[in-house]
Write a protein that binds this ligand. Structure first.
Ligand code: ADP
Ligand code: NA
Length: 330
């Protein structure tokens, strides 16, 4: 049997171009080649405070956005994390398997907790253990994510190995990270050294999948750049993270390589290049935004679809987690 795919996304805001290019877009073709399970991870989202009503709405909005991007409930399982309790049951076991030293090495915790680490939520700290449980509850072995999640996947493998060792069985399989190519890391439009994220306080730092054409054009026009024209070769992008980012985005959205983009636009200033980029983004993203809007006109239908997805997810995860609990002695 082909590998089972699992991946998740937090409903902590509107999905961004980074989520789209680094994750969602790559999930779509997997539906035809793998048994695919995609999850809106609301339990991860509350590791940073979320307004409850907003969280409910954003969870549904995220599901609609994923459907609009091409996830098809006939060809994949799409559901909400908190609807399937197997995840948190396994996460508790993993909290006991994972070592504090392993968690201390996680750079995302350091980034998100900021300077006042003593005051960070304990959930934010053990987040990678829940993420490991999300995947291992399905014995999924292929996890398509952006590069920012690589360290968490390595931890998930360490946890699986230690569990298997501690309980003397080969129960949890090894996960293959599947880090996507050109746009594995889309950077902030305001700071080329930070990743584009839906939880960034500045809305100008990202393109949201529901931005209209004018908003996209404005954000791209205001995107930070340097005064030099575009180089015609890749070496010319060294030390120019903002330029590299915009070139990478155009390459990804038009299905080509950064090299090809530079061959075409090398020598041009950012004024004209940004116009090309904005047009390409609008052409690609506006059909997605209108489809999401159409789906959200019937919120009950989206909710019903998610409930069916949870039933199907539960049918896979429940026996696997029950077995893990039995191995532990519960
Ligand atoms: P966010 O940081 O925007 O809240 P999530 O943690 O929900 O994103 O991640 C969802 C998926 O999107 C993950 O696979 C992650 O690797 C990918 N992703 C998030 N931000 C980016 C980015 N800037 N570039 C590429 N992929 C990204
Ligand atoms: Na993240």
């Amino acid at each position: 049997m082909s590998q089972r795919v699992f991946s998740g996304i937090q409903p902590s805001g509107v999905p961004t171009l980074g989520n789209y290019l680094g994750a969602i877009r790559n999930w779509v073709p997997m539906q035809d080649t793998h048994e695919s399970i995609f999850c809106v991870v609301d339990q991860h989202a509350i590791t940073m405070w979320q307004d409850p009503k907003e969280l409910t709405r954003q969870t549904r909005d995220m599901a609609a956005a994923l459907l609009a991007c091409g996830l098809d409930p006939e060809r994949c399982i799409l559901f909400v994390q908190s609807h399937v309790h197997a995840h948190t049951r396994l996460a508790w076991i993993f909290n006991c398997v994972a070592r504090i030293g392993w968690l201390n090495r996680m750079t995302q915790f350091k980034d998100k907790a900021g300077k006042d680490r003593e005051n960070a939520g304990a959930g934010l700290y053990v987040y990678p253990n829940l993420m490991a449980a999300d995947i291992h509850a399905y014995h999924a072995t292929r996890v398509p994510v952006g590069e920012d999640q690589k360290q968490h996947l390595e931890l998930a493998n360490d946890i699986a190995e230690k569990f298997n060792h501690d309980y003397g069985v080969e129960f949890f399989p090894h996960i293959d990270a599947h880090i996507m190519g050109v746009a594995a890391r889309v950077m902030s439009l305001r700071d080329g050294t930070k990743k584009m994220s839906k939880s960034d306080p500045s809305d100008q730092s990202r393109i949201n999948l529901n931005d209209d054409a004018d908003t996209i054009a404005l954000k791209i026009r205001r995107a930070k750049t340097d005064p030099e024209p575009l180089p015609s070769e890749m070496q010319g992008l060294e030390g120019r993270p903002e330029a590299r980012n915009l070139v990478g985005i155009l390459a990804a959205i038009t299905d080509t390589t950064p090299e090809a983009v530079l061959r075409e636009y090398g020598g041009q200033g950012f004024g004209s290049f940004k116009g090309v980029l904005a047009d390409a983004l609008v052409a690609h993203l506006s059909p997605i935004a209108s489809e999401a809007q159409r789906l959200l006109a019937d919120p009950g239908a989206v909710d019903a679809l998610l409930r069916r997805g949870a039933d199907r997810a539960r049918a896979i995860a429940e026996p696997i987690v029950a077995k893990a609990e039995e191995l532990v002695g519960f």
